[in-house]
Design a binder for this molecule. Structure first.
Ligand code: GLC
Length: 619
């Protein structure tokens, strides 16, 4: 007995041709019909099994497709166990999230990982069960229902570049199953691996050098971009696409609303390239997105592509892909520039780099963030640095020195992650608070933390708060105590949430005013229609090099987000206000909730202050 609805049949009719055309481009006209038919069968079965409450959600999302773009939307990201404990415990803490205004929760990988080292859960052994210490599949369903009732959408990782060596596909491949062997990139000798290596970068040069691992049981080399226990799956095999389509829809039917496409840049390999950002990556994303659009339209995708600025825009869709790939993508470029601005007190490189990023499609949004569970790598292009007269190599070295605390006068207390001898790159681990000076006792640390949040809240997009940043949590000095973590210092910035049993809400005290300051910014943002993600963002040339100027265009008139990246007072030049038509008596700063201080037509910004300026008379 099938339960298909008219809306479903309409969507299938409308989107099936696009799916077929996409698959033709990836697998060729010969194979595409068969793959399309297989995917349509998966879609039909998944939709038939979709629970009624999620079908209602589908209807609501179709009516309110901009739900994740609204100025009231803010995301939060955490490890379930480090935030609360089990999945049940996360549900118990949902009022904390609701009070913060959170409408989207990304829980770090919680599907069953391999035992022992598992790259923070990114080595998945079974996509259809939950990490046993967190709960079971029923608990996941209960959690999504609880969160949904609080107005919070759950985001889960979809790790689709690789599976754990212990995943049943890999186990079957080792046992000699030729179909499963074809799910992986397997080579009998070094000829092709060596040829690929000639142009491949290394993701973890310290603890996982090289991109291929010899496996005795397989009696072959297998592609392992990340750790040797993470086997890259072979997306040129359409069976792999069908498997993941089925997995996505099964999770969607448990109430997962947002899929974070982990390491999506890496899924297509091409000899002679870096094997990242290949055109097929976007075609395959489009195919999966179309499948979700038909069967579970409430679902949105978020691309995790930590790539250079030139490759980033494609993840939200350029050209024919616009609006048809991911709905959200991490704005890695903005994240890196936030740290660069804070260390140098200079916004010129950031402004230039951000100006090179095209406007994303109006139905999409950047996920803006200050930091996440990963290290920070200095994705600053040589061209952008040269354009503002900076030596790119020296600047990246300066940033690594600054944030590892090695540079004289640095207030940062980070750790070097993955020193690459070949390129000189040194990435950085550390919590926002430790990197911003709180651990070192720098008096401006709290102001920097709020400054960084003001930038991600005012830029345009869906801002994501990393767990503990709202409390100024410092580096976890005991990060290496767990033997499974000891080789990976990213654990330094993944501390436990310090719930305070003495306080009513459980949240610990706010001695630096970070929590109160952040809540204020979130409250103000909620009331500003200019900050809807569909409104275009313009980054203006800085007049005062210390001040980042971001303009949000809106029918109500422009909003100017001016952020002083320095510990000195700075100015928003009068001509900026003139060009924007903001040189009026109605000029208002939404953050200070007052008229800004003017001197000869210029607006004064206190150290590390941000002003969100608009003409209150015009709205
Ligand atoms: C992503 C994750 C990172 C992980 C990698 C491999 O980049 O954020 O933590 O190591 O993918 O899955």
């Amino acid at each position: 007995m099938t339960r298909l609805d008219a809306g479903f049949e309409d969507r299938l009719l409308a989107w099936e041709p696009d799916l077929h055309a996409t698959l033709q481009r990836v697998y060729g006209p010969g194979a595409a019909r068969d793959v399309t038919d297989r995917l349509v069968a998966i879609v039909r079965a998944a939709h038939a099994a979709r629970p009624d409450d999620l079908r209602e959600l589908d209807e609501r999302r179709l009516r309110e497709a901009d739900w994740f773009q609204r100025p009231s939307m803010v995301g939060y990201a955490a490890y379930a166990d480090r935030f609360a404990g089990t999945l049940h415990d996360v549900g118990e803490r949902s009022s904390y999230l609701r009070d913060l205004g959170v409408g989207y929760l990304h829980l770090m990988p919680l599907l069953a990982p391999r035992p022992g080292e598992n790259d923070g859960g990114y080595a998945v052994m079974d996509y259809r069960s939950v990490r046993p210490d967190l709960g079971a599949v029923d608990d996941l369903r209960t959690l999504t229902t609880t969160l949904r009732a609080e107005g919070i959408s759950l985001c889960l990782d979809l790790v689709l570049n690789h599976v754990a060596r212990e995943h049943e596909w890999a186990a079957a491949a080792r046992a000699g199953d030729p179909d499963r062997r074809a799910y992986f990139h397997v080579y009998d000798d070094r000829e092709l691996p060596d040829a690929y290596e000639a142009s491949l970068p290394e993701v973890f040069p310290d603890f996982a050098p090289g991109n291929f691992t010899w496996d005795d049981e397989l009696a072959a080399w297998v592609w392992t971009t990340f750790n040797d226990y993470q086997w890259d799956v072979n997306w040129s095999n359409p069976a792999v696409l069908c498997e993941y389509a089925d997995i996505i829809l099964a999770l969607a039917n448990l109430g997962v609303e947002v899929f974070r496409l982990d390491a999506i840049a890496f899924i297509w390999k091409r000899l002679g390239t870096t094997c990242q950002n290949q055109p097929e990556v976007h075609e395959l994303t489009r195919a999966l997105r179309t499948v979700a659009r038909i069967a579970a339209p409430a679902v949105v995708f978020k691309a995790e592509a930590i790539v250079g600025p030139a490759d980033l825009p494609a993840y939200l869709g350029v050209g024919d892909h616009a609006g048809r790939v991911s709905d959200l993508a991490y704005h890695n470029g903005l994240m890196v520039q936030i740290w660069s601005m804070l260390a140098s007190g200079d916004t010129r490189l950031a402004a230039h780099a951000l100006q090179q990023v095209p406007q994303p499609p109006s139905t999409t949004a950047w996920a803006t963030y200050v930091r996440c569970h990963d290290d920070i790598g200095w994705a600053i292009s040589d061209e952008d640095a040269h354009a503002v007269g900076i030596d790119p190599y020296a600047h990246r070295r300066f940033l690594s020195d600054w944030y590892s605390g090695a540079h004289p006068g640095s207030w940062a207390r980070g750790l070097v992650f993955q020193q690459n001898e070949a390129t000189g790159d040194r990435r950085i681990s550390g919590t926002l608070a430790s990197l911003a000076g709180l651990e070192a006792g720098d008096p401006d640390a709290a102001a920097r933390i709020l400054w960084a949040h003001a930038v991600i809240l005012g830029f345009g997009g869906l801002p994501l708060i990393w767990m503990g940043d709202e409390l100024g949590l410092l580096n976890d000095q005991g990060w290496a105590d767990d033997p499974a973590h000891a080789a990976d210092n990213r654990w330094v910035h993944r501390p436990m949430m310090p719930w305070d049993p003495a306080s009513a809400s459980g949240a610990h005290d706010d001695q630096h005013g970070i929590g109160a300051g952040l809540r204020h910014l979130l409250d103000v943002r909620r009331g500003l229609p200019h900050l809807h993600a569909a409104s275009p963002t313009e980054v203006w040339d800085p007049r005062d090099p210390g001040v980042l100027l971001v303009v949000r265009r809106h029918p109500l008139g422009p909003l100017l987000a001016a952020s002083n990246a320095t510990g000195e007072e700075a100015w928003v030049a009068a001509d900026v206000l003139h060009w924007l038509g903001l040189h009026t008596d109605g000029l208002h700063d939404a953050i200070s909730e007052s008229a800004p201080e003017l001197r000869e037509g210029a607006v004064r910004l206190a150290p590390y202050a941000t002003a969100w300026l608009y003409d209150s008379g015009a709205s």
